[in-house]
Design a protein around this ligand. Structure first.
Ligand code: ADP
Ligand code: ASP
Ligand code: MG
Length: 592
């Protein structure tokens, strides 16, 4: 008998009528002969209201008690859902995370799933019940209640679909599917028929809140196709599967994280181990860091900037202060009035000029780019918060995202790729479900680096630089731009093939003269090391492991970029082999 997981988000169960409507959807599937597991979120804005209540008592509620409180939201909705199904004449049983046996680690408010036992679920399903699982929650080894992080019911749903080997995982929500960007922010956004796991993963962690990013990690790891659709209509929805919508489009979507904060650590020694001092302390507090940008300043000192979600600024600043105290040098600046705008697409990996196009679109709107970080399938820029919406609109238009791609194929509500699933299940024997899973650790010795420092911090500079670089036929891979709000200048580094370093350096020198700025430097041979897999950013410990391994091997990191599926670091060309060996050793257990 086939099994379907149906997840209903907060708006889809916001009142009793909606609960009844959701109950009818589940009953319809049951009548069609499927076993049905429903995963339900807290009603409407209940979770927000509970958080507000806690904040009225204290501005620093204990995380354990927060989980105790927040988990009640889902307990209300699952019980009401069971009653709704009973009232319609069918059998249903509601279960909390603990009752299902969703075991997590003990990181309260951001717990990760270790294992799920399926016996009780299967038994209830076999007895003819619709099983209603509370989303977003689990239980740790002390039987304490944990929650998975905001939006975590999606992760519960996909994890259940994975362990139950479900035939379909339907995510019912308040929009018709996945759009090229949030349709409530940009009405011109287009609903996509299909999006790949990697693209959705990236978009979700860059602000597309339609799916919890970790749910996509599960989907990718276990080969679960996800069908995102409306609770309120029978529109066909969007599929999240292995393949992307179009082969010829560089960008499939754009996202904004409005509430981002930038932290800069200025004047720290430029030597191995310094990044470790900083990022290990941040990671210990389970804060996910993004847009790490480092640039070498005078006298062998480095400035390191990175971004974190704004509501984690305070604990991050505490962590960084600790690092500075222990280094005995450096100072911190921060800005919490910034937003991160990103474009994502598998297609950009093999097309040139994508970054240039994004920068040109922003320049045309006179939007100043404070920081840039690119990776194989995403480009993120940091802008002041007021510029976030115009920036999103500009890039959405520049990449013609509102237009359907010529080569798009129809939506297939394809079923699980069971061969892959079996393969993954065997690879995951004895490890936690959300553990890091690496595909590869690689060394690329084909590139060099060029840096222009002291660039004026005004709109249009990045666009100008990369237009000139492209005009000379130079192919750019990684780009990072840092920002120093006090000195009013920016420093831009990029990597190019080794045989183009000389011509890129010449272009850089010409531009430096044109802008009367600080200067240029180039490194003809760099080592680019990449770690790729699933769970790289959501497992905050990965950064610690990487920086520790490199520091232990005496390798100094010049550039870093992180994405959901890949972390790249650039080191001196001579250090490539040592760095590769140290990373392979550090991640041996995760290379499955
Ligand atoms: P639920 O309660 O059903 O989980 P969420 O509010 O978590 O719903 O997610 C749905 C919302 O995600 C939509 O209302 C929409 O505003 C927002 N959203 C952000 N980015 C996207 C996107 N790319 N496609 C669709 N919706 C998006
Ligand atoms: N109720 C939780 C939240 O609001 C979980 C979810 O909706 O997915 O974050
Ligand atoms: Mg949600």
């Amino acid at each position: 008998m086939s099994l379907i997981v149906q997840k209903f988000g907060g708006t889809s169960v916001a009142d009793c009528e909606k609960i009844l409507a959701a109950a009818r959807k589940a009953i319809r599937a049951h009548q069609d002969g499927h076993q049905v597991v429903m995963v339900v979120s807290a009603m409407g804005k209940q979770t927000d209201q509970l958080i507000q209540l806690a904040n009225q008592i204290t501005d620093r509620p204990a995380a354990r008690e927060m989980d105790m409180l927040l988990s009640t939201g889902e307990q209300v909705s699952v019980s009401l859902m069971a009653m709704a199904i009973h009232s319609l004449g069918y059998n249903a049983v509601s279960l909390t995370g603990a009752q299902i046996g969703i075991r997590t680690d003990a990181i309260h408010t951001k717990a990760r799933i270790k294992s799920i036992s399926t016996d009780r679920l299967r038994q209830l399903l076999d007895q003819g019940n619709i099983v209603i699982a509370a989303g977003f929650q689990g239980i740790d080894e002390h039987l304490d209640i944990t929650t998975l992080g905001r939006g975590g019911s999606d992760t519960t749903a996909v994890a259940l679909a994975a362990v139950l080997d479900a035939d379909a995982c339907e995510i019912y929500t308040d929009v018709d599917g996945v759009y090229t960007t949030d349709p409530r922010v940009l009405p011109e956004a287009r609903q996509v028929d299909r999006i790949s796991y990697d693209e959705m993963l990236e978009l979700a962690s860059l602000g597309a809140s339609v799916m919890h990013n970790r749910s996509i990690e599960f989907a990718k790891k276990f080969g679960v196709p996800i069908h995102v659709r409306s609770s309120f209509s029978d529109a066909p929805g969007s599929m999240i599967v292995a393949e992307s919508e179009s082969d010829d489009r560089p960008v499939c979507g754009a996202a904004v994280t409005k509430n981002e904060a930038r932290i800069s650590v200025l004047g720290v020694p430029d030597r191995p181990g310094v990044s470790l001092q900083i990022f290990s302390r941040v990671a210990e507090r389970n804060v996910t860091v993004d847009m790490i940008v480092q640039n070498v300043s005078e006298a062998g000192n480095a400035d390191i900037s990175f971004t974190v979600p704004r509501d984690e600024l305070r604990i991050t600043l505490e962590a960084v202060q600790e690092a500075i105290d222990s280094l005995g040098t450096g100072r911190i600046t921060h800005d919490d009035n910034v937003s991160k705008v990103s474009v994502v697409g598998l297609g950009m990996a093999n097309q040139t000029g994508v970054a240039e196009k994004m920068f040109a679109a922003l320049a045309a709107e006179k939007i100043n780019i404070q920081m840039i970080s690119t990776s194989e399938i995403k480009i993120s820029v940091l802008v002041e918060r007021d510029a976030a919406l115009p920036a999103l609109r500009a890039v959405h238009a520049a990449f013609e995202l509102a237009k359907k791609p010529a080569t798009s194929s129809a939506v297939e509500t394809g079923s699980r790729e069971s061969a892959d699933a079996a393969d993954v299940a065997s690879r995951l024997q004895g490890v936690d479900m959300e553990d890091l899973m690496l595909d590869d650790v690689t060394l690329d010795e084909t590139q060099g680096r060029v840096t222009i420092s002291g660039l004026p911090d005004i709109p249009g500079i990045a666009a100008h630089v990369f237009r000139e670089v492209a005009a000379s036929g130079i192919v750019v891979d990684m780009i990072v731009q840092s920002h120093d709000s006090h000195a009013d200048h920016a420093s831009l580094s990029f990597t190019v093939p080794r045989d183009q370093v000389a011509s890129a350096a010449a272009v850089a020198r010409r531009l430096a003269d044109e802008f009367f700025c600080g200067g240029t430097s180039s490194e003809p041979e760099i080592a680019k090391l990449s770690v790729s897999g699933v769970g790289l950013r959501s497992n905050t410990g990965v950064a610690i492991r990487m920086f520790r391994a490199l520091a232990d091997a005496g390798v100094n990191v010049d550039m870093v970029n992180t994405s959901e599926v890949r972390v790249n670091v650039v080191a001196d060309g001579k250090e490539g082999a040592a760095a590769l060996a140290s990373l392979k050793a550090a991640f041996a257990d995760a290379l499955r």
